[in-house]
Design a protein around this ligand. Structure first.
Ligand code: MV4
Length: 445
């Protein structure tokens, strides 16, 4: 038995990706859509769709009551939230549960726990994950913060408890900076999340960003290895790849994230984010309780369909795969083909007068775009994801360069020139990359 129909509460490439998994599992796919997406690819391929017209284009995908009503109207057994929008919203997950509709993701309680970075930190510390030193709970005044910082040593970083995505974060080098840094972080946290609690962590310098892919079924969990995601700007990833670690390190951190997922009875796909410093030490940052943009990298190196696995555990199936059945093979790279000016990195919406995508062995394009598609300005600028697989990193880089050069796009600017520059740059080729890579290689822009 399986769900009969699932409503996709999302749009763009991820809506199409989810639709593909649903159809491969024999499940009907229902789309919701706003004004900008009336003739979008996922809407045209859906078995049914529900129009949620709103003046603000984002509102169609954020209106909990309208989406719950749509799910009931079409007789959906479950809702897949994708990423962004309502994907991590405990209120949405709870509203669906109250209607007897399955939220494809973790429980509202787990979303709540992981959404609060202080309780997430505490829970994962108890489960045995490595975590940077910091304040045990929220800090209430600069004096308290100074005491903790003097104990753990400067620099430290102030983060919002309700945060994620780096909003409001402040690096502090000495005690006299606390007063203004705390005020700034609290102000940003309050306006972004309606919650001004902040906490302190030792600042990890010159780190790499590494994340582990996890799948839980509520009782058991397995991991699918790591992705390397350090190439980002303003907390937006641009290029992701994997694998990155030695097998021994993968097993060590992998067994810890599995314990972390089990500790909260995690059900669904999750990503455990870490920083790794120049000594090779890992520090847990947060759990992303949803499918991620870069799940594709892991699908390519493990030969799996992660989105389908997330749907099956949401239905109540137990994970059939054993940890030792997860094989990591070759190397995959994904570039995000954002419709943006490659120099200023500002959005470049508009009509695609021509659109040709690359193909061939080990080349994958995840996109909802087509010739004639009008890239709207109101959503994020992800136009397509190009993923390549090859036996080695070197071959993967060469294949990516060739695939990028095959793309024909007329009408919008994309990051392709930036990607080509990165793929030829010597620090990138030598794997000499930290989270500061783009700031330290401004010549690439
Ligand atoms: C840090 C850090 C250094 N030290 N925490 C940014 C997003 C949020 N999830 C956590 N972030 C960071 N936390 C400590 N203790 C540096 C960052 C950070 C970062 C992390 C991952 C990827 C890109 C980043 C860019 C700037 C800062």
């Amino acid at each position: 038995m399986m769900f009969r129909r699932v409503l996709i509460a999302n749009r763009g490439e991820i809506a199409l990706r989810i639709l593909r998994s649903l159809h491969s599992l024999g499940i009907e796919a229902v789309m919701i859509y706003g004004r900008e997406d009336r003739i979008s690819t996922p809407v045209r391929l859906a078995d049914e769709s529900v129009y949620i017209p709103r003046d603000d284009p984002l509102a169609s995908y954020l209106d909990i009551e309208a989406i719950v009503a749509a799910a009931k109207e079409v007789g959906a057994d479950a809702v897949h939230p994708g990423y962004g929008f309502l994907a991590e919203n405990p209120t949405f997950a709870k509203r669906l549960a109250d209607e007897g509709i399955t939220f494809i993701g973790p429980s509202p309680e787990v979303l709540q726990l992981l959404g609060d970075k202080i309780t997430a930190r505490e829970t994962m510390l108890k489960a045995g994950l490595p975590i940077a030193q910091g304040s045990p709970g929220p800090i209430s005044n600069p004096e308290e913060a100074s005491l903790i910082a003097e104990k753990i040593g400067f620099p430290v970083i102030i983060k919002a408890a309700a945060g994620g995505g780096g909003i409001g974060m402040q690096v502090v080098e000495s005690s006299d900076e606390f007063e203004s840094a705390m005020k700034l972080c609290q102000g940003r946290a309050l306006s972004a999340f309606g919650d001004d609690r902040v906490f302190l962590e030792k600042y990890i310098q010159g780190a790499q960003h590494i994340e582990f892919q996890v799948l839980g079924d509520g009782t058991d969990a397995i991991h699918f290895g790591e992705r390397f995601c350090s190439i980002q700007r303003r907390h937006q990833k641009i290029l992701e790849e994997g694998p990155w670690l030695d097998e021994a390190v993968r097993e060590e951190i992998g067994s810890k994230v599995v314990e972390g997922a089990k500790a909260v009875g995690y059900c669904g796909l999750a990503t455990f984010e870490f920083l790794r410093d120049s000594n090779g030490d890992f520090y847990f940052l947060e759990v992303n309780p949803r499918v991620q943009v870069e799940h594709t990298v892991t699908e390519m190196i493990t030969g799996t369909d992660l989105v389908s696995m997330g749907i099956r555990v949401a239905y109540g199936e137990k994970i059939r795969m054993k940890q030792e059945d997860v094989m990591i093979n070759g190397h995959a790279i994904q570039v995000r083909l954002n419709a943006e000016n490659p120099v200023t990195l500002t959005p470049s919406p508009g009509k695609l007068w021509e659109c040709h995508w690359p193909g061939g062995p080990g080349v994958r394009v995840d996109t909802h775009a087509y010739t004639g598609y009008d890239m709207p300005a109101s959503f994020d600028s992800l136009l397509a994801k190009l993923i390549v697989w090859a036996p080695s990193r070197e071959e993967s880089i060469a294949k990516m360069k060739a695939a990028l050069s095959e793309i024909k796009l007329l009408g919008v600017d994309t990051l392709i020139p930036l990607h080509q520059a990165i793929l030829s740059e010597s620090d990138f080729r030598k794997r000499n990359i930290t989270i500061h890579y783009l700031e330290e290689h401004k010549n690439l822009l």
